[in-house]
Write a protein that binds this ligand. Sequence first.
Ligand code: MN
Length: 285
Amino acid sequence: MNTRKLQQVIRSIPTSDGAGVKLRRSLGQAPALRLDPFLMLDEFASENADDYIAGFPDHPHRGFETVTYMLDGHMLHQDHLGNRGDLRRGGAQWMTAGRGIIHSEIPQQQSGRMRGFQLWINLPAREKMKAAAYRDVQPEEIPLVTMAGGVEVRVIAGALLVDGENVLGPIQGISTEPLFLDVRLPAGASFSNPLATGHNAFVYPYEGQLSIGAADEASVLAAHQAGVLSAGERVEIRADDGAAAFLLLAARPLLEPVVQYGPFVMNSREEIEQAIADYQNGRLV
Ligand code: MN
């Protein structure tokens, strides 16, 4: 079996978004630094309330999905449909903007650690204008699998192969067939699993560094960088230099033109102009 190698490293850069939330952006910091269908990955991690307290007040999206995964902290989400959801430690939120959503994401804590991720995944052209949808995933809905060597895997979307059986995450039925795993490796441990051939994949270590690829051809990926993987049928990832934790993301590429203007991601400039006009005229949602 062909093991995927580390093909490209996208270092995260410090930036801020919303009302001044400090974060690290890897994918999506420039148009060339996306990985179809993944548009952006932000990591937010701070012990200092000034870095996150203002949150993300009301803002729109059209044409894609946002996935928020919380490691620590407490955020309240509210949208124009009347959805209201608490995002807590270990929980996730899968939001399909479709033709339009206007929402806010506001921290519900005055102090302490806030840590997590927001991932943007593109929608195919035929789904960009579908109705908005939203799903809160509670921590207890996310399977936690302990594999050989004490490796802990949380399956948020897609499937993990364990002893010949698929363990399914709570998020299924998305047309890009995303895999979203949160993997924790004790020092010296190794994780390997099949990965759909033809799906684009990347790894994002958020604690510690990783060795990626088969043992005789592995490359090192440091924390807070996105490591884009080559094509292949499986992944092999080791914590050769101390304990580590990482996200593993994979999905079927759309192979469609991407035109982005801030929170609107469409296929053409005309569609972006329409989105801006719709938002200005109160017809986005
Ligand atoms: Mn948002």
